[in-house]
Ligand binder design. Structure first.
Ligand code: SF4
Length: 165
């Protein structure tokens, strides 16, 4: 047999049986998308400082595919809300969310973004999920950078496909 002869072997067993190679292209694309996000940081107060630490060299969220911060919603697919959101800011936040590319994800970082935190007052939104859908809540006041990184993993696990809108 010549060394250039090509031998055709049987395909390896697929995870979901026949059609595996075709039907899983979507999953491969989804996996690539959900692991190479362009985050848009919406940081309004102290949790924003903690988020800056998350992006710094010690914790370095870039190692997990989020290298590029985007300050334009049209070029972002992960909205990271870190800080107290005043009710007055609600419509602005919602508009930013609606302008983002799909599929898109939202992290509510800290007690204030998740529930209003200690600011149970007339002027503070008692959780951003009152106006937009949230994928992962990160507890804490403020949460540690490791928690923000872990939330990013949880978002990946929960949304490994591309069906998210
Ligand atoms: S949760 Fe705590 S640290 Fe974060 S913005 Fe609110 S008060 Fe500041």
């Amino acid at each position: 047999m010549s060394s250039t002869e090509i031998t055709i072997t049987n395909a390896p067993p697929g995870l979901e049986g026949p059609g595996y190679f075709v039907t899983n292209l979507d999953k491969v694309i989804g996996m690539a998308r959900s692991n190479s996000l362009w985050p848009l940081p919406f940081a309004t107060s102290c949790c924003g400082i903690e988020f800056m630490a998350t992006m710094g060299s010690n914790y370095d969220l870039a190692r997990f595919g989020s290298e590029r911060m985007s300050f334009s919603p049209r070029q972002a697919d992960l909205l990271i809300i870190a800080g107290t959101i005043a009710k007055k800011l609600g419509p602005v936040l919602r508009q930013i969310y609606l302008q983002m590319a799909e599929p898109r994800w939202v992290l509510a970082v800290g007690a204030c973004a998740s529930t209003g935190g200690i600011f149970d007052s007339y002027s503070v939104l008692q959780g951003v999920d009152k106006i937009i859908p949230v994928d992962v809540y990160v507890p804490g006041c403020p949460p540690r950078p490791e928690q923000v990184t872990r939330a990013n993993f949880r978002r990946n696990n929960a949304n490994s496909g591309i069906s998210k809108k």
